[in-house]
Design a protein around this ligand. Sequence first.
Ligand SMILES: [Zn+2]
Length: 138
Amino acid sequence: MLCVPVWLGFIWTSPNTLIGLLAGLLTFQRPSVRAGLLLFDRTPRGLTWLMLRADRVAVTIGFVIVSARPVEGQLLAHERHHVRQYCAWGPLFIPVYLLLAIPYGYRRHPMELAAQRAAGEISDQARVRTASRRSGRR
Ligand SMILES: [Zn+2]
């Protein structure tokens, strides 16, 4: 992935961070700052309560993470990778993410798979095996 200095990525993705702040406000809770990120992850309330009903735990928008459960461990690593993606794509992240979701959906979404690999949720080997099984190859 393109390596962007954090300060430049922070500025480049600031429109997304603003959207993230608005989403965080809809959780009706006080945010915390961890690992250079603003987190709204205290308790499912408002937007995060609705996210759980839609079977979603967390969403990253710019430098803001909105989550129905505490963001730590693998979840933090996963969401931090999305922050790096936001730094690279800036205001293009959301349109590109949505466009890629049309053909790939959520489970095969390239940006999600990259975040899962970065967090150690899946390995490259597992992904190759899954793709081979899907296409009938071994
Ligand atoms: Zn993700």
